[in-house]
Design a protein around this ligand. Sequence first.
Ligand SMILES: [Zn+2]
Length: 527
Amino acid sequence: MNNKTYFFTLKAWQFNLTYALFILLAFNYPFLRRLYEINNSLFMTITGFITVLGLLQLILSLLFATPRLAKIIGIPLILIGSIVFYFMSAYNILIDKVMLLNVIRTDIYEAGDLFRPMLLLFFLLLGILPSYLIYKTRILPGNFRSRLYPALPPLLLSALIIAPNFATFKDILRNHKELRYSLIPSNYIGSVIGVGKMYDELIRPFTDIGLDAKAHPYWNNTKKNLFVFVVGETARAANFSLGGYSRDTAAPLRPYLSEIIYYPEFYACGTSTAVSVPCMFSKDGRKDFQPGSELNTANLIDIFSKVGYHGLWRDNNTSCQDNCNRIELEVPCTRKSCLDDVLLTGLEQKIRHINQDTFLILHQRGSHGPDYTGRYPADWQAPYLPACGSADLKSCPPQELINAYDNSVYYGNIFLQKTIDILKSLADEYNTVLVYASDHGESLGEDGLFLHSMPYDTAPDVQKHIPALIWIASQTARDFGLDMQCLRRHAQQYHSHDNLFHSFLGLAGISVSEYNSSLDIFAPCRK
Ligand SMILES: [Zn+2]
């Protein structure tokens, strides 16, 4: 390229300074705002600004060693940064490795969302345009010292401010992880490294579990067992009437309440599908569970297979998240998106055809946002209107957003009702139990937050507190010696996804070294 085609000519340090200022001003408003909100201090915000500016210049002086490198590295960072900034702004989300995993698996948004006009605008104005200007800038090479020196004044200044208050600043960094997760581009670069490490799991050898598993039938009939686990999506306890919500979103379940036990204090293992779903099937509880371990570790369903159950996973979500790799998987939706009803198509015939003990997992689309109105039929008489149908949640009037979400929860309970009806019709041949638990909750604009996937420690309760219930056919409860009153009493206590693994094993009478009876919700109520 010759001289005439350049728009600007900058020395290397000038380019680095401009680049650092652009990153800070164009992408890091969420970071600076969070910094300000810690104790409403402008001084703190300015100190943060100066520190990050100095650090960016320091890093760029190393990274942008030649003008060519400055463009090869600098342009992609800005292109990606503009997309990351869009999602952070649109939903007030933070970026960590789990969030990135959700983005890769299109859990947090829906694939069609990528073609939203606002996203395109962010990408054009904050990604393509500055990248084009960088491309059209002539950068004069400078040695390392000439690039480094301009970083020193801000770094020295911030050192002077921070040194006398070092303990305070250290505390802030430790207690406010959201700062780290909101600083572009270090948040997404760190996340890429984190996800990369997670995929290291792939090359590790497969770990089997449940080697000593044995079934001990303790029920007094000769029927086959059909245990159904409905893995919910994005339903939160706060909007579930069985847990006290003022709107009767669980009305469809009312006729079945004598056979239903609701768990009002049930907590999720993670705040996203990618963490929660594998964790539900893992022998490890939340504290020990390693996201990614599902890629090469056997799980609850494998133990059921070992003792002779047929494992069937029907999915209407993005995937089974590597939890069904060794059992039968059915994806009945053949279009871009389907209502959860598709999971029940031909189910009764399918179960009768399998004709053996069966562990069935129905993985719902549930209340997945941002298009909550897409989770129920357009021609359905939705109970809560008007409902916001925009994916741009911030633009929805808050009540209309809640209406849309509540409709999706209500419709999710119609789904549970239909599932129970199918199980009832199979009662002649099967002992039937249904367990339902959502994977995580959702933010609906509280504190400006939307969707889910916040880092667990900083996530609000609504993203972690989930609805969970079990339905046991009366006859099955009798034949299994399960005391419903006792279960109901125990249900009032704290529970979590950690209970699922052990409860399913206990229910099926499977003895195995991984089983812990203190986490089995049925154990204290089995006669
Ligand atoms: Zn989810």
